[in-house]
Structures are given as C-alpha cells and as structure tokens.
Write a protein that binds this ligand. Sequence first.
Ligand SMILES: NC(=O)C1=CN([C@@H]2O[C@H](COP(=O)(O)OP(=O)(O)OC[C@H]3O[C@@H](n4cnc5c(N)ncnc54)[C@H](O)[C@@H]3O)[C@@H](O)[C@H]2O)C=CC1
Ligand SMILES: CC(=O)[C@](C)(O)C(=O)O
Ligand SMILES: [Mg+2]
Ligand SMILES: [Mg+2]
Length: 365
Amino acid sequence: MARIDFGGTIEEVITRKEFPMSRARKVLKDETIAVIGYGVQGPAQALNLKDNGFRVIVGSRPDGKGWQRAVEDGWKPGKTLFDIAEAAERGTIVMLLVADAVQKEIWPVVKPGLKEGDALYFSHGFAIVYQKLTGVVPPPFVDVIMVAPKGSGTSVRRNFLTGAGINSSFAVAQDYTGRARERCLAVGIGIGSGYLFPTTFEHEVFSDLTGERGVLMGALAGIMEAQYEVLRAHGHTPSEAFNETVEELTQSLIRLVDEKGMDWMYANCSATAQRGALDWKPRFKKAVLPLFKELYERVRTGKEARRVLQACGRPDYQKQLQAELNAMRDSEMWRAGAAVRALRPKEPARKLGKNVKGIAGRASN
Ligand SMILES: NC(=O)C1=CN([C@@H]2O[C@H](COP(=O)(O)OP(=O)(O)OC[C@H]3O[C@@H](n4cnc5c(N)ncnc54)[C@H](O)[C@@H]3O)[C@@H](O)[C@H]2O)C=CC1
Ligand SMILES: CC(=O)[C@](C)(O)C(=O)O
Ligand SMILES: [Mg+2]
Ligand SMILES: [Mg+2]
C-alpha cells in the first residue's frame, strides 16, 4: 500500500499503480460478477466493469424500470440480464446495489443463490451494520466485501469515461476464502476507482450518512435556502439572490476550492470578502456544530437507519419523494436557478496557447 500523509496523519491507500487493471483481471478471471439492482450505482458499476473486460451479468425485477434501462444499455435477457434470484445464483461475486431500504425485502431472494466461496458485495455499510433492522445476515461460507464510491453513480460512470476516476473506500467484513481483500480491491479497481482507502463497514456508514445529511446535501440545501430567503425578504430580486447564493458558488468559488483548497479560493477573492468570511466562519461553525453532533449521534444509534427503513419502505414512498423533489424544483429559488443556468454563454472554449496569461491565480502565501 502507498503510505500517504493526509494532513499529518499517515494513511495507507491502494492506488492503481500497486493494483493495476491487469492484476484485477487476473484476480477475477474465473468470476462472474452479478450486479443486482439497476438504479444509480448499478448501471455505473456494471458498465464500467464490463468495459474493463470483466464477466458481468445484471439482476433486476423483470417488471421494473431498472430492467428496461438495462435492456436499453445492451444487457440481454436470458444471457446477461436475469431476475434477481437467477442472477444471484449465477454470480460468484454478488453485488447488492439495490436501495438500502429494499435490501431487507430482496435478501430472502438473494440468499439461497449464495454458494460456498462466493463473495457478497455492497457499496454501503448499511445492510450489514444495521443488520438487526435489515435482517441481512450473510452465511458464514461467503466473503463479505464493500467498495463505496465517494460520489454519485452518475459520476462513477462519467468520470470513468473522461478518465478522471473516482475515490472509493473499501472494507472486508468477512473473509471466508482468504481472498476477500484481493477480490474486493480487484472489483474496486474494476469499477473505476482512482484510489481506494481502507475503512470498516461501520465507519463507512456513519461517515456517509453524516455527510449526505450534512454538508454534501442536507446542510447545503438548507443554508442556501436560508440565505436566499433573507435576501428576498430585503427586496433583492430572485436573480440577484440566486446568483449570490448558488450560481457564484458552483460556477466560480467551489471550483477554486476544488482546484487548490479553501485558503486558495479565499486568496483569490477580495480583501473585503476575505475579512468578512474569516470573521463569519467561526460564527457559522458555532451555530451548526450542535446540529452536526446531534446528527452523528442519530446515525450512530441507528435512528437515521430506522427512519430510512420506515419511510422508504412504504408503498407510496416514490409518490411522496417525487412530490418533495417537485416542490424543490418548483420553488422560486430553483426556478430562478433554471433561468440563470439557461443564460450561461455556450461559446466554444478558446484555444489555449503555451503561455496563457492570467489563469494561475493569486498565491495564498
Ligand atoms: N446513489 C449513489 O450514487 C450511491 C449509492 N451507494 C449505495 O449503492 C447502493 C445502491 O444505491 P443506488 O444505486 O443509489 O440506488 P437507490 O437507493 O436509488 O435504489 C434503486 C435501486 O433499487 C432497486 N429497487 C427498488 N425497489 C426494489 C424492490 N422492491 N425490489 C428490487 N429492487 C428494488 C431499483 O430497481 C434500483 O435498482 C445503496 O447501498 C447505496 O447506499 C453508494 C454510493 C453512492
Ligand atoms: C453519492 C453518495 O455517496 C451518497 C450521497 O452517499 C449517496 O447517494 O448515498
Ligand atoms: Mg456516499
Ligand atoms: Mg450514501
């Protein structure tokens, strides 16, 4: 493993250098990888594995949307596309990529297909860590492994196609064959991970549930709405409020953070902005810290998992979800956003010569 200094802590990660595709192919040469579930991660991981030369089949409900999409993506019923029970039966590595709330429902269908030495694979620690709630208790004669891409399945596929790859964490919960780790890493490389960092099922699910409820999705949308509302209440136009809350972030500032970190983004803003942001950062932190502590506690104690299972398991859930997403889309803020996005220029990129001036930015030291 490569030993990398992450801000003063040395961590061991697996890079493609140490675990090249050729090794992944060797490790998995006799395996049939069954991808169960064709939602967001399913298509991405199945197609990346297939394009990387692995033997892949897909398992889906014949009457579901996933099946239809799988057919459109070129999977052939009876050849590379099967119902869930048959795919589980045929696979030697069975990848459970259905919604976490339905793992409970499909587990009795998948379990009988598992044979001695098979590997059961997840992209989230949910089913195993909260197994008292999900009922997913793997038999002792299989490997139980996880690769959790740190991004949407849509990015797993897109980044694979652009060559950027995506980071993933990996873990082994049960090593029956003695080969669980290498199988896990081989699949991780096969789905297009740029590098893989070790975790445990528990750490993965605790950090993932915190992250998506927090900064990545829940907190993000929440603080955006709060700022937008205050600006609107003071007579700012929707376009001004949206630009100052979302568009400038996604089109400019977060890209600078992505490139060289927060201090560098700050360094490339005005002295006025820097002073204000540095003064207000601790106040925002203080305001939300208790909320993050509460969130982590709810995750750790299984309350968030119970909420997911109860809510997402209901038969009318898709309808409710759609209504909630529609309400977001149809809110003034996000309708303003659609109008703002439509106004972005779509000129072809300028040809960059060797000595393009003015793009290096202002150094932060
Ligand atoms: N969305 C993402 O990009 C990420 C997802 N994950 C994990 O990957 C796994 C799959 O998640 P997503 O692809 O997001 O899917 P999702 O949570 O949107 O679930 C959709 C999948 O579940 C299947 N499904 C729903 N109800 C079903 C039923 N009654 N019987 C059989 N199948 C049913 C759908 O057909 C579809 O294949 C989860 O464990 C998730 O936590 C991990 C990293 C990122
Ligand atoms: C994309 C991802 O990693 C999430 C946000 O954790 C998820 O979709 O569950
Ligand atoms: Mg995640
Ligand atoms: Mg998640």
